[in-house]
Design a binder for this molecule. Structure first.
Ligand SMILES: NC(=O)c1ccc[n+]([C@@H]2O[C@H](COP(=O)([O-])OP(=O)(O)OC[C@H]3O[C@@H](n4cnc5c(N)ncnc54)[C@H](O)[C@@H]3O)[C@@H](O)[C@H]2O)c1
Length: 346
């Protein structure tokens, strides 16, 4: 696949926003797990463009070879197609290890709970050991789900909130294993002085987020349904809230976390502090796609958090990042990307 127009636009924007730090990545060796997925493939595109050498570990369980095959031709990108929990050693000397491999879509991880736990336990352990051997920076992409279903007084949710998670519920394979990954990162930081940095991502969206089947997360699912004239399916009554960050903003935040040494041993919420209900989101997508689909209600998902909104003051104050892409603007780019793929596949 050639680089998609909407991704090219985003990468150009990142070039501009991150002009001061991009040189740091020239000739840098980066080991990335989950690099064939949504966030990972954007990261790989950007870093290859900036002159890094990448070794990617991905078992293509939810990612797509299409997203990275143009990178193979550069001679600076290699893929190990294996589960991260089975990779103990690599022939590569990483300066940075970015551990992103995980099944991240609730419907999908609930169908693969054991594999989900393994990627976030053994997988994290394997990658931490490689980072320790090479004294590499270790960046771990955690999730807002470590907070579980916060009480209203913790909305917006700050990093210091410890979470309200059901340890044996159907989502626990993801929430609890991400929490253990965070604990492991901090243990390596305390015991071995490893330079670890943790991000807690709150619903990122954009081109390359899958719209199909169990992999689909809410935005691409609604867009696909709206474009196909199918009912737009809202779980519960739609009053549950989320906050959405466009992929370009998400990537910018991760680059800042990687390049600013004040981020060493720290955890950052990465998200948008604009909270929106799922029903309102469905209405906006219906309007932007000019769809005649009706919005229908399905049973609520088990343990689905009622509200999710980050307190982002830590990253704003420490690293000077804030989300800049308006929801409607990001949605239009995502709609355009999904449209062009639907056209190409027919
Ligand atoms: N996108 C979001 O809104 C969001 C929110 C919170 C956290 N995150 C985290 O960000 C990271 C990337 O998420 P994403 O949205 O790009 O998801 P994604 O599903 O698009 O990408 C995940 C990648 O990891 C790979 N993978 C999964 N399990 C693996 C395993 N055991 N071994 C090797 N590779 C494996 C998949 O094939 C895929 O390429 C994940 O760690 C996820 O938990 C994402």
């Amino acid at each position: 696949m050639v680089l998609e127009h909407e991704v090219e636009v985003g990468l150009n924007e990142l070039d501009r926003r991150l002009e001061k730090v991009r040189d740091v990545f020239e000739e840098m060796n980066i080991l990335i797990t989950g690099g064939c997925g949504f966030i990972g493939s954007w990261m790989c595109d950007l870093l290859i463009r900036w002159g890094s050498n990448i070794l990617c570990i991905d078992n293509l369980s939810t990612g797509k070879i299409d997203y990275i095959d143009h990178l193979m031709k550069t001679g600076r990108f290699k893929l190990i197609n294996k589960p991260v929990e089975k990779v103990k050693e690599v022939e590569f000397r990483p300066d940075v290890v970015i551990h992103m491999a995980a099944r991240a879509s609730p419907e999908d991880y609930m169908m693969h709970p054991v594999e989900t736990i393994l990627a976030n336990t053994l997988g994290t352990y394997n990658m931490l050991e490689i980072a320790r051997k090479h004294d590499a920076i270790f960046l771990f992409t955690s999730t807002s789900e470590v907070y579980g279903d916060p009480e209203d007084e913790y909305i917006p949710t700050p990093e210091k909130y410890w979470g309200r998670v059901n340890p044996i519920g159907p989502r626990s394979c993801y929430d609890e294993s991400k929490r253990l990954s965070e604990a492991m990162c901090m243990a390596y930081h305390r015991e071995y002085s490893l330079d670890v940095r943790i991000t807690r991502i709150f619903n990122s969206y954009g081109p390359r987020l899958r719209w199909d089947g169990a992999y689909a997360r809410v935005i691409p699912r609604f867009i696909y349904q709206a474009l196909m004239g199918q009912p737009i399916t809202v779980h519960g009554d739609g009053s549950q809230t989320r906050s959405f960050t466009y992929i370009v903003d998400t990537i910018e935040a991760h680059i800042l976390v990687m390049t600013d040494n004040r981020a060493r041993g720290e955890v950052f919420n990465i998200g948008n502090n604009r909270e929106i209900s799922i029903l309102e989101l469905a209405r906006i997508i219906k309007e932007l796609t000019k769809s005649s689909s009706e919005i229908v209600f399905k049973p609520q998902r088990p343990d689905d958090p009622k509200r999710r909104c980050p307190d982002i003051s830590k990253i704003v104050n420490m690293l000077g990042w804030k989300p800049r892409t308006e929801l409607r603007e990001g949605l239009m780019l995502t709609i355009s990307w999904i449209k062009s793929h639907l056209t190409a596949s027919h």
